[in-house]
Design a protein around this ligand. Structure first.
Ligand code: PMP
Length: 315
């Protein structure tokens, strides 16, 4: 789908996966004017296809587009485009319980622009790929290192939207962490350097007793759709959920830590290393809260439990 600045997207068409042509001076290539989304389609046991809260991705894309000076699709256009793409690629959806089809919508400034300015034209496309677990550990615990020098976002920047540049900013710290054997990086806020923000591609939660805390949304972390869903599920299960500033020292005292995201769903954290000290969690295996929330969310996403929240779109 294409449109010019100041206009609306009209209906798109299905194309075979392949390279796309861009001017060397396209806005996305020169000034990073690009946003993406990520969602999954699951195969239900009765053969139907399930999407999880696609309207939330559409809304997040619209908010991001406003921040990045880009036109966007209506929620309905987005959901229709996702449904049509998934149905056209039905054969790639793994059988129930064997993974999912990852859906990657991408909105970009595709028009040529030499001086710094929003591009004159925009392209929206969706591609898909079958996936298994994001972390090779699956529901087994992952190991994080707290990054103290590099930051993924600053107040007033673009950390709260899903723009491509945010991911360029984390590549160095993430590659260094992986080279040392960690699964990923946990970032701190760039002002005080002591409040938890998020992991390179997921949100973080800290459990202490019956209270589950997660960093509040203040424009520097991505408002994860899994984060929002986990909060609702946890509240419905009787936990007290707090969105607040969480200091890095609170990690020492936590019962459990877990990460949430479309790709990972819920990943329990087995250890966190901060300034050379390693704190471990769940010596007796995966923490109870992570386990409970993982089961509740995945069984909902796969259509195994009743969709009381009305989150599932069935194709
Ligand atoms: N934070 C970042 C930086 C991410 O890239 C993602 C993945 N989209 C998330 C959090 C989790 O968001 P969601 O639950 O919507 O996938």
């Amino acid at each position: 789908m294409k449109c010019s600045q100041g206009e609306n997207f009209s209906k798109g068409e299905l194309q075979r996966f392949g390279n796309i042509e861009l001017s060397p001076s396209a806005g996305i290539l020169n000034y990073g004017q690009g946003l993406f989304e990520g969602l999954k389609a699951y195969r239900k046991y009765d053969g139907n296809i399930l999407l999880f809260r696609p309207e939330e991705n559409a809304l997040r894309l619209r908010i991001g587009a406003e921040r990045m000076c880009m036109p966007s699709l209506t929620v309905e256009q987005f959901v229709v485009a996702v449904k049509e793409t998934v149905l056209a690629n039905e054969r790639w959806i793994p059988p129930p319980g064997k993974g999912s089809l990852y859906i990657r919508p991408l909105l970009m400034g595709s028009g040529a622009v030499l001086g710094l300015a929003p591009a004159p034209e925009y392209t929206f496309l969706i591609y898909v790929s079958p996936v298994g677990n994001y972390f090779k550990e699956g529901l087994a615990p992952i190991h994080l290192i707290v990054e103290t020098e590099m930051h993924r976002a600053t107040p007033g920047g673009t950390g709260g939207v899903k723009t491509i540049g945010n991911y360029a900013a984390v590549l160095k710290a993430q590659s260094a962490a992986k080279a040392k054997g960690f699964s990923d990086v946990l970032y701190l806020d760039s002002v005080h350097k002591r409040y938890l923000e998020e992991v390179s591609s997921c949100n973080v939660f800290v459990v202490k007793g019956n209270v589950i805390s997660t960093p509040s949304l203040k424009g520097t972390i991505l408002p994860g759709i899994t984060r929002k869903s986990v909060i609702d599920v946890a509240v419905s299960q009787g936990y007290l959920v707090e969105e607040r500033f969480i200091t890095v020292d609170e990690l020492l005292d936590a019962d459990e830590v877990f990460c949430t995201g479309t790709a990972v769903v819920i990943s329990p954290v087995g250890s966190i290393t901060y300034l050379g000290k390693r704190v471990t969690y769940g010596s007796k295996g995966v923490g109870l809260v992570s386990q409970q929330l993982y089961s509740a969310l995945t069984s909902l996403q796969m259509g195994l439990t009743e969709d009381k929240m009305n989150w599932i779109v069935e194709l």
